[in-house]
Design a protein around this ligand. Structure first.
Ligand SMILES: Nc1ncnc2c1ncn2[C@@H]1O[C@H](COP(=O)(O)OP(=O)(O)OP(=O)(O)O)[C@@H](O)[C@H]1O
Ligand SMILES: [Mg+2]
Length: 401
């Protein structure tokens, strides 16, 4: 566990030294500031708590308080007032201080107040975590967006999920095709069945065929028992065929038959088996063009295309970039310890201006990388990988011309 960090702003040098020693003895990480100015500069070190005298030589403690709250409202402030100045303490509480102490500060009381403050912060953080978990859970299957384009897609998802129609999802790599396929399954009456996904580009033809349709014992070397295929596995649920463009013409014929007749044959068997799974296919290639050049069967294409959904690349919906980046930052943050980080306006602008050829997947990996490399709470432009920054420059030059 990390020690709680306290920033002590006190211009009385001997009092400052004394309190610092005491807090360190009690196991706190203490940073001290001997003036209001120094205190304000050190807020960027992200303490958990700021303890400030209200009467500082160079500035009013109230200003320190408002600077802290402006910087990060999660940092709690305890103000220290002179004896008998309850009025100013009340004012400070109204302005957002968590609590106050009166001089001379009793060390037991100081410890108690700090503990109470930390406890309060812990509760707030827990509530925030729970809230964000609930948000992720009940938001549309974890799909983050703010663009009208994705909103429209989700409306379509909602409608098509209630039907048994075959869906064809098109979009560049990393745009979220599998996520949408999953959302359709989750919104459908089949959600209690399984969602079975297979990447048609990842297996050689023979293996893919036996994966999809199953095989009977002895049908090829190594087939030492009967095996059910994914079409059968997905009977109650949804079968997701990713990279459908990578299937061979021979397999395309078999897929078409499965779709049209609702039955399949296991490899090495002539006996038809009824299948009733819902099919969703996806491709990052232009299927229509493949059909025109004779590389994809047109009858299968028309059969799959009953309900097409095209996910636009991220660069065509820049409004989604920052909500997604924030989402991935929160997600990555949960995996690693350390204090919470956030994007500076410059870093955010660079992310937004980049073209994201690898789409959402590239953004996710970039945010993870940034989080690991950034050393301060605020993610600076320098923390953004150079290739992304470079593109931003080009983009802004273009805008000027
Ligand atoms: N709108 C979104 N909200 C949250 N996460 C998203 C969103 N879109 C994509 N992702 C995430 O981005 C990553 C890539 O998405 P997914 O695997 O669905 O893309 P894909 O189009 O299937 O990519 P590929 O063509 O490379 O298979 C996943 O981790 C996914 O959860
Ligand atoms: Mg995919």
């Amino acid at each position: 566990m990390r020690k709680p960090a306290i920033l002590l702003v006190e211009d009385d040098i001997s009092l400052n030294t004394l309190t610092t020693l005491e807090l360190r003895n009690r196991g706190y990480e203490v940073e001290t500031a001997k003036s209001g100015q120094e205190g304000c500069e050190k807020i960027s070190q992200n303490p958990d708590i700021v303890i400030t005298d209200l009467k500082l030589g160079d500035m009013d403690g109230m200003d320190v308080l408002s600077r802290v709250k402006k910087y990060d409202p999660r940092i709690e402030v305890i103000v220290v007032t002179g004896h008998g100045s309850i009025d100013s303490a009340v004012k400070a509480i109204k302005a957002g201080a968590f609590d106050y102490l009166t001089k001379p500060v009793d060390s037991e009381e100081l410890e108690l107040t700090i503990k109470k403050t930390l406890e309060h912060q812990k509760l707030i953080a827990e509530v925030e975590n729970l809230r964000s978990e609930i948000r992720d859970k009940y938001s549309f299957s974890g799909i983050v967006y703010s663009s009208p384009k994705i909103k429209n897609i989700l409306e379509m998802v909602n409608k098509v999920a209630k039907t048994e129609a075959t869906v064809l999802i098109l979009g560049e790599s990393g745009t979220g095709k599998e996520l949408i396929a999953h959302a359709i399954h989750e919104q459908s009456p089949r959600r209690h069945g399984s969602f079975v996904a297979i990447n048609c580009g990842a297996l050689p033809e023979g293996l893919l065929e036996s994966e999809l349709f199953g095989h009977v014992k002895g049908s090829f070397t190594g087939a030492d028992r009967n095996k059910r295929g994914l079409f059968e596995e997905a009977c109650e649920g949804t079968l997701f065929l990713d990279e459908i463009s990578e299937t061979t013409p021979a397999l395309q014929v078999k897929l078409l038959r499965a779709l049209q007749e609702g039955e399949i044959r296991r490899v090495g068997d002539n006996h038809p088996i009824k299948v009733s799974g819902r099919l969703i296919a996806a491709s990052n290639k232009d299927l229509e063009q493949l059909v025109e050049s004779g590389k994809f069967r047109d009858d299968l294409y028309y059969r799959l295309k009953v309900f097409p959904i095209e996910i636009p690349p991220l660069r065509e919906r820049p409004e989604d970039i920052l909500p997604l980046a924030e989402h991935f930052l929160r997600k990555a943050q949960k995996k690693i310890s350390g204090s919470a980080k956030r994007f500076s306006p410059e870093a955010a602008a660079a992310l937004k201006a980049y073209s994201w050829p690898g789409n959402v997947r590239e953004l996710e990996h970039t945010v993870e990388r940034i989080l690991i490399l950034a050393s301060q709470a605020e993610i600076k432009l320098e923390d953004v990988p150079p290739e992304i920054r470079a593109l931003r420059k080009k983009a802004s030059l273009k805008q000027k011309n």
